[in-house]
Design a protein around this ligand. Structure first.
Ligand code: GTP
Ligand code: MG
Length: 206
C-alpha cells in the first residue's frame, strides 16, 4: 500500500461534528508527545499535515484525514486516519483524565467504521500504567489494536528488539497479549512505515 493523497477533513470535539461517510477509520492513540501526529505525517509523507509540537498537549481535537492509497495492482483504497488528543499529560489532573476518557468513549460509541487503533508507546520506556489501562480498555471494547513503539531513532538500532520485548513483557504482565508484533517506528527516518502500512492494508481488506 502506498499513500498517494492525504487531506485534512475535519476537527471534532463531539459526535455531532464527526464527518459523515462510509470510509473505514484507523485511529492513533497514546500519551501526549509520544508522536501520534508526527507518525501520521510520516505515513503520508506530508510534514505539517497534522500539527506537531515539542510541547505535550498539542492535539486537542479529533482530527480526520482522508487518505487515498494505491495498491500494487493499481487499485485505490480510500480511508480515514484519525489523530486523537493524547492522555497522561502530567500537568493535568484527575479531572483531565476523566474528560479524556469520556471523549474517547464517545468517539468509540459513534465510530462504527473504526477498524484499527494504533496505540503508540515511546520505545525508550516501558509502558506506563495509563498505557496499560488504555490498552485494556481498547481490547475489552473489541477493537483491533496495533502497538507501535515510537521514536525508534532515539535508541541504538541494536537495542530496539530488546526494548520491544520489554514493552511486550509489560503488557503480558498485565494479563494482556498484544495480538501481533509490536512495530518499531521512527517518524524521523521512516523506519517501520512499510510494516505499519501493511498492517493497515490487511485490516482494510479484511
Ligand atoms: P499530542 O498532540 O500533544 O498528544 O502529541 P503527539 O503524540 O501528537 O506528538 P507529536 O507528533 O506532536 O510529537 C511530539 C514531539 O516528539 C515533537 O517534538 C516531535 O518532533 C517528536 N517526535 C515525534 N516522533 C518522533 C520520532 O519518531 N523521532 C524523534 N526523534 N522525534 C519524534
Ligand atoms: Mg498530536
Amino acid at each position: 500500500l502506498n499513500i498517494i493523497n492525504a487531506s485534512f477533513v475535519a476537527s471534532a470535539v463531539n459526535a455531532s461534528q464527526y464527518p459523515e461517510g462510509e470510509l473505514s477509520e484507523i485511529a492513533f492513540i497514546g500519551r501526549s508527545n509520544v508522536g501520534k501526529s508526527s507518525l501520521i505525517n510520516s505515513l503520508c509523507r506530508r510534514n505539517g499535515l497534522a500539527r506537531t509540537s515539542s510541547t505535550p498537549g498539542k492535539t486537542q481535537t479529533i482530527n480526520y484525514f482522508r487518505i487515498t492509497g494505491k495498491m500494487p495492482d493499481e487499485s485505490r483504497l480510500e480511508f480515514m486516519l484519525v489523530d486523537l488528543p493524547g492522555y497522561g499529560y502530567a500537568k493535568r489532573g484527575q479531572a483531565a483524565r476523566a474528560s479524556w476518557s469520556k471523549f474517547i468513549e464517545e468517539y468509540w460509541l459513534n465510530s462504527a467504521r473504526l477498524k484499527l487503533v494504533c496505540q503508540l508507546i515511546d520505545v525508550r520506556h516501558p509502558p506506563m500504567e495509563s498505557d496499560i489501562n488504555v490498552y485494556r480498555w481498547l481490547v475489552e471494547h473489541g477493537l483491533n489494536v496495533q502497538v507501535v513503539a515510537t521514536k525508534a531513532d532515539k535508541i541504538a538500532k541494536s537495542r530496539v528488539h530488546q526494548h520491544l520485548q520489554v514493552i511486550n513483557k509489560n503488557i503480558n504482565m498485565a494479563g494482556l497479549n498484544p495480538g501481533g508484533n509490536i512495530i518499531a517506528y521512527s517518524a524521523v527516518n521512516g523506519g517501520g512505515r512499510d510494516e505499519l502500512l501493511d498492517v493497515i492494508k490487511n485490516i482494510l481488506l479484511k
